[in-house]
Design a protein around this ligand. Structure first.
Ligand SMILES: Nc1ncnc2c1ncn2[C@@H]1O[C@H](COP(=O)(O)OP(=O)(O)O)[C@@H](O)[C@H]1O
Ligand SMILES: Cc1cn([C@H]2C[C@H](O)[C@@H](COP(=O)(O)OP(=O)(O)O)O2)c(=O)[nH]c1=O
Length: 197
């Protein structure tokens, strides 16, 4: 089963993902951007305020393709639970903002680029924070972490959740870290038990 964590910068994904290692020791933990050289190229682009938004989409997408081939598909074939900190929805939500005015219907375009070859998540936990909280927690250091940008990203995540309500589970990430973690752990226990039945 493929389970992904999504949310704005500063929503607490990485904090939760780290604690989940202890709760689900048999799971394969992974993330996008990855630690590969593709992911390093992505991280260079994130730090570059002048990076071309189309080039950046394809860097992220290249990293995703390699991530699927190297990590996600092999682990799923072994029957593992895979838990990824960010995945394809991050492209659909973030790069759709970055490509607004560059291509028409950017979210549909980006989903279309992925569709022929990606592996959609079975369940996506959305850590829900308002853009101001996200920007404040993340320190607003890179171009994606500004509250105005994050407000547009948030509305794209809302569109994705409206389109596929069965895949997403929304968790209130303004709660204390302990309460957020408890909600996420109980969600994962529920969806993995349902899948076993
Ligand atoms: N539920 C929470 N309440 C308050 N602060 C939090 C919470 N979860 C995480 N944080 C803090 O917010 C910052 C960003 O968290 P992080 O897990 O890195 O978010 P993300 O990976 O989504 O960007 C960190 O300093 C972290 O300690
Ligand atoms: C995976 C991914 C990340 N991003 C952005 C979100 C973040 O601002 C940045 C780095 O991601 P990440 O390292 O997950 O940051 P954080 O832990 O702060 O959420 O890259 C995209 O724009 N598109 C993507 O496909």
């Amino acid at each position: 089963m493929l389970l992904t964590l999504e949310g704005l910068d500063g929503s607490g994904k990485t904090t939760v993902w780290e604690v989940l290692h202890e709760e689900f020791p048999d799971a394969v933990f992974t993330r996008e951007p990855t630690d590969s050289w593709y992911g390093e190229a992505v991280n260079r682009s994130i730090e570059d305020d002048d990076a071309d938004s189309v080039a950046e989409l394809f860097l992220y997408t290249a990293d995703h393709a390699a991530h699927l081939a190297d990590t996600v598909r092999p682990a799923l074939e072994e029957g593992k639970l895979v838990i990824s900190d960010r995945y394809s929805d991050s492209r659909y939500a973030y790069q759709a903002v970055a490509l607004d005015g560059v291509v028409s219907r950017p979210m549909e375009y980006i989903i279309g680029v992925h569709k022929p070859w990606t592996r959609p998540p079975d369940c996506t936990i959305y850590l829900d924070v308002d853009p101001e909280t996200g920007a404040a927690r993340s320190g607003a250091t890179n171009k994606f972490e500004q509250a105005g940008f994050l407000a547009q990203v948030q509305s794209n995540y809302e569109r994705l959740m409206d389109a596929e309500p069965g895949r997403f589970v929304r968790v209130d990430a303004t709660q204390s870290p302990e309460d957020v973690i408890e909600s996420v752990v109980s969600t994962i226990e529920r969806v993995t038990e349902d899948a076993d039945e």
